[in-house]
Design a protein around this ligand. Structure first.
Ligand SMILES: [Zn+2]
Length: 422
């Protein structure tokens, strides 16, 4: 029989990682049952505030003998009990088991958990209706992600190879030969991506926390991902590694909406007009966007770095398609910009001083008058409107890799523009 297993919310900033637990389990269970494909790393709604980093849950499926099923469940619960970080208040693990086919209704639940805000109660209700068995630890919020990960329709997917550290190295700086990462990336890009940030000259495969992950290598080509892993020179032992199939970089979270419909936790694509000049608070850049149904504040926050320069070049009246997550920021509903595409740009007009009508010299402002620098001719100040080129192109602008959401599709990948240009 087929058994699906979902695990979520076992990690915390202090050290555990659900993918680590999932990888250990996948290895262990593959000894007693036949794995059906790779384990899945499913990212859910990135705008949920209380979530552990990245909001990722893990699911895996096996073909198992009926007699083995009980032992499989025991093993999963034992691992979660042993390894989840129960100390951290925001860590509320959940485990779900489902036997047999996945009902369509559960697929819908899964997409809701990706795009909306789902409660623990709703997850319990969906699990009961689907005949799934669930186990809550502490608040058990993890059952939402566990159930959603099991049923997630992975129509579009990418891969992430996760390499793990020996426990004695957890919490110490990660040791990887940086040049080898650049070499591997040069060879595999864009089939494997996000290995490095070429503009900044930084390596992106190594996280910075106390968790057991040594490196994560992403890609759309499974063989290329594995080869990048081979090419990277690790300067500390790799305990083991696991290839995951994932909905990262799929843009699955984005849905087309009107501005009037936007609510907290949405990830949306909207089309509208820039309603006024941008303004800045601290290092964050804001502007307002409106369509026939409403108006919303749009933000390019400080971590999006040079992306903000493109936002500053927008002018009132410009029509754009904007994609991002909706959150309340200081009590105001705000679209946190991930990508934008200028559809129609208004002409940019600058007012310039005329040349001297007498000698062609340069005029200087003197109060209400203009005075020629060369011959001294004076005339009333009348400026000439000149249309100047806009500095934005008809292309999609996206935030840099280290500010990008796991789910957001990089433009370098095929289909990276689809959700905005549909
Ligand atoms: Zn003159």
């Amino acid at each position: 029989m087929i058994i699906h297993i979902g695990i979520d919310d076992t990690d915390s900033p202090n050290g555990m990682c659900t993918t680590y637990l999932g990888a250990l389990l996948y290895r262990e269970l593959s000894g007693v049952a036949e794995p059906l494909g790779l384990p899945r790393l499913i990212r859910l709604n990135p705008n949920i505030p209380y979530k552990t980093r990245g909001n990722g849950a893990v699911a895996m499926s096996f073909e198992a003998d009926e007699e083995a099923v009980l032992a499989i469940k025991d093993t999963v619960l034992f691992y979660v009990n042993q390894l989840a970080d129960f100390e951290h208040e925001n860590t509320n693990p959940g485990v779900v088991f489902l036997e047999g086919e996945i009902p369509d209704e559960l697929r819908d639940f899964s997409l809701r958990a990706l795009r909306e805000h789902v409660t623990i109660g709703e997850a319990e209700e969906a699990a009961r209706r689907a005949g799934a068995e669930y186990f809550k630890f502490k608040l058990g919020r993890g059952i939402i992600g566990s159930l959603a990960a099991i049923a997630y329709p992975l129509r579009a997917f990418t891969y992430e190879l996760l390499a793990y550290r020996e426990p004695e190295n957890w919490g110490k700086p990660r040791r990887v030969n940086l040049r080898s990462v650049f070499r591997a990336d040069e060879w595999a890009y864009p089939f494997s991506y996000d290995n490095v940030d070429r503009h900044k000259g930084t390596v992106l495969i190594t996280p910075h926390g106390k968790d057991p992950v040594l490196a994560g290598i992403r890609g759309i080509d499974r063989a290329k991902v594995l080869q990048v892993f081979e090419m990277v020179e690790f300067e500390e032992p790799v305990a083991f590694y696991q290839l995951y199939k994932t909905n990262q970089s799929t843009d699955d979270h984005l849905t087309a909406k009107r501005i009037g419909e936007l609510k907290p936790y949405d990830s949306a694509v909207v089309r509208g007009r820039v309603a006024g000049e941008y303004w800045e608070v601290g290092r964050h850049v804001f502007f307002e966007l409106e369509d026939g149904t409403g108006r919303i504040r749009v933000a390019a926050f400080e971590p999006t770095k040079k992306f903000r320069n493109y936002v500053r070049k927008l002018l009132p009246g410009d029509e754009i398609v904007a994609a991002g997550g909706v959150k309340e920021h200081e009590g105001i509903l705000t679209l946190n910009l991930e990508k934008f595409y200028p559809v129609k740009l208004v002409p940019k007009v600058e007012y310039r001083k005329p040349k001297c009508p007498k000698c062609g010299g340069t005029m200087k402002s003197k109060g209400d008058y203009l005075k020629c620098k060369r011959c001294g001719f004076r005339m009333p100040k009348k400026l000439i409107p000149v249309e100047v080129p806009r500095e934005l192109k008809k292309k999609i602008y996206e935030v840099p890799p280290d500010a990008r959401k796991h789910l957001s599709r990089p433009l370098v990948l095929p289909g990276g523009e689809d959700k905005l240009l549909q």
